[in-house]
Ligand binder design. Structure first.
Ligand SMILES: O=c1nc[nH]c2c1ncn2[C@H]1C[C@H](O)[C@@H](COP(=O)(O)OP(=O)(O)OP(=O)(O)O)O1
Ligand SMILES: [Mg+2]
Length: 199
């Protein structure tokens, strides 16, 4: 049974969610935010999964330990899948405010029923001695016309989730963690993990 995991992320919102989601399973999480002198990683893959693999493999090669990485983003149907893998650098590198503003601008005048979108999360675990383990999750919703709520991170205040009749900016962390793309990807990961770890 695994008790610790290193997650290759510098995103504080993700780190917070992973700590909570894994602590319920008795697994302690460390991220790059807990460490010094971590490398800059060039996320130059063509898919979410390729980018997660690049992040995890870089740290596995460096530290010779198993590493989990998350690559995620928001996929908007009306914009042919944009911002997708470019979500973090849509308008400015890691500038959530500019990114949200650009998304709203690009959807100006588009009626609600055409503003369908999903969050996607690819998770990859790399190990010095095994092939990578890959898991994925999505959650479907709509992009609202102006921000609602201050919770979560990134695009959460723009993502309306019909079953809750709220945006992810308006839900509690526990509500979001019960249904999110990240939660679904972790569920997928955990169904495959024990076999992968033992083999
Ligand atoms: O639950 C979420 N709620 C709101 N927004 C989200 C979520 N999940 C991903 N996102 C957005 C944030 C960022 O614009 C992009 C992730 O980009 P991504 O490269 O995977 O993460 P990042 O650069 O922020 O941190 P890192 O690469 O160190 O893990 O999608
Ligand atoms: Mg990134």
């Amino acid at each position: 049974m695994v008790k610790h995991i290193l997650i290759a992320t510098k995103n504080a919102g993700k780190a917070r969610e992973f700590k909570k989601l894994f602590s319920e399973k008795g697994i302690e999480v460390k991220t790059l935010l807990d460490m010094e002198n971590t490398p800059e990683i060039d996320e130059n893959g063509k898919t979410f999964t390729e980018n997660a693999l690049i992040k995890a493999q870089t740290l596995t090669d460096l530290y010779k330990i198993p590493v989990l990485a998350d690559d995620s983003g928001i996929v908007v149907d009306y914009l042919n899948g944009e911002p997708g893998i470019y979500s973090a650098r849509y308008a400015g590198d890691h500038d959530d405010e500019a990114n949200k503003k650009k998304l709203l601008h690009n959807l100006e005048g588009v009626p609600f029923e055409k503003r369908t979108a999903h969050f996607h999360c690819s998770l990859v675990i790399t190990s010095p001695v095994k092939d990578p383990l890959i898991a994925e999750g999505n959650v479907e919703g709509y992009i609202v016309e102006e921000e609602r709520g201050k919770g979560g991170f990134g695009y959460d205040p723009l993502f309306f989730y019909p079953p809750f009749d709220k945006t992810f900016g308006e839900t509690t962390a526990d509500e979001k963690n019960a249904v999110s793309h990240r939660a679904n990807a972790i569920k997928d990961l955990l169904t495959k993990f024990d076999e992968w770890w033992e083999e």
